[in-house]
Design a protein around this ligand. Structure first.
Ligand code: AMP
Length: 209
C-alpha cells in the first residue's frame, strides 16, 4: 500500500500514521520529522529549513521534494509507504506523481483528515511528544504519564501564533492538492473530530472499502 495522509496542522496525522503503519506494515515517512532531524543535526538542509519552520511557514518546494523523492527510493519503501505531511503544495503533488509514474508505481489512497479550524489551535498548542518513544500526547485530551512529563518536547512551531500561520498556509497552499487527488479518484475523506482510536477505525474503514 502506498498512501498519503493529508490534513491541517493538529488534525492528528502523526498520531494516526503511527497506528496505521503498524497494521499495514508500511514505512512511515513524515516530512516534518525528517526536517526536524536535519535541523537538530545541523545539516545544510536543516539550516535552510529552520527559519521557515520556526515561523510556521512552508519550506521551499525544491528542498522538500528532493528530500522525499530520495527517501521513497530506499529499500524499506518497496513494500509500501505512508507519507505524512508531504505533499503540501500542488507542485509537490505533481513532482511526486511524475516520479512515481516514471518508476511504474501508483498511489493507492490519499486520506484527508478533516477537523474544523476552531479546534486546531488548542490541539496543536497542547501537543507534547516523547523523544524516547516518538509517542504524541495532548496535555488535556491524552495526558502523558506523570513520570515522563519532564522529558516531553513542545515543538517550537506549536505556539498559537505559528499555528495560525500554519492553518492559513494549509488553506492557501495545501488545500489545492485535494482536487488533484479527487480527480484521480483516490481521495478518501475522514472526519477527524473524534478520539484517536475512533479516527483510526474510520480510516481503516475507508481504506478497506
Ligand atoms: P509537520 O510536522 O508536518 O507539522 O511539519 C512541520 C513544519 O515542517 C511545517 O510547518 C513546515 O515548515 C515544514 N514542512 C514539513 N513538511 C513540509 C512540506 N511538505 N513542504 C514544506 N514544508 C514542510
Amino acid at each position: 500500500m502506498r498512501m498519503i495522509l493529508v490534513g491541517p496542522p493538529g488534525a492528528g496525522k502523526g498520531t494516526q500514521a503511527a497506528s496505521l503503519v503498524d497494521s499495514y506494515r508500511i514505512t512511515h515517512i513524515s516530512s516534518g520529522d525528517m526536517l526536524r532531524a536535519a535541523v537538530k543535526e545541523g545539516t545544510k538542509l536543516g539550516n535552510e529549513a529552520d527559519g521557515y519552520m520556526k515561523g510556521g511557514k512552508l519550506v521551499p518546494d525544491e528542498v522538500v521534494i528532493g528530500m522525499i523523492l530520495e527517501r521513497i527510493k530506499k529499500p524499506d519503501c518497496e513494500q509500501g509507504f505512508m507519507l505524512d505531511g508531504f505533499p503540501r503544495t500542488r507542485p509537490q503533488a505533481e513532482a511526486l506523481d511524475k516520479a512515481m509514474t516514471e518508476v511504474g508505481v501508483k498511489l493507492d489512497a490519499v486520506v484527508l483528515i478533516e477537523v474544523p479550524d476552531a479546534m486546531l489551535e488548542e490541539r496543536a498548542v497542547g501537543r507534547r511528544s516523547d523523544p524516547e518513544t516518538g509517542k504524541i500526547y495532548h496535555l488535556k485530551y491524552n495526558p502523558p504519564p506523570k513520570d515522563i512529563e519532564g522529558r516531553l518536547v513542545h515543538r517550537k512551531d506549536d505556539t498559537a501564533e505559528a499555528v495560525k500561520t500554519r492553518v492559513t498556509k494549509y488553506h492557501s497552499e495545501t488545500a489545492p492538492i485535494v482536487p488533484f487527488y479527487e480527480e484521480k479518484g483516490i481521495l478518501k475523506r475522514v472526519d477527524g473530530n473524534a478520539k484517536p482510536d475512533e479516527v483510526t477505525q474510520r480510516i481503516a474503514a475507508v481504506l478497506n472499502s
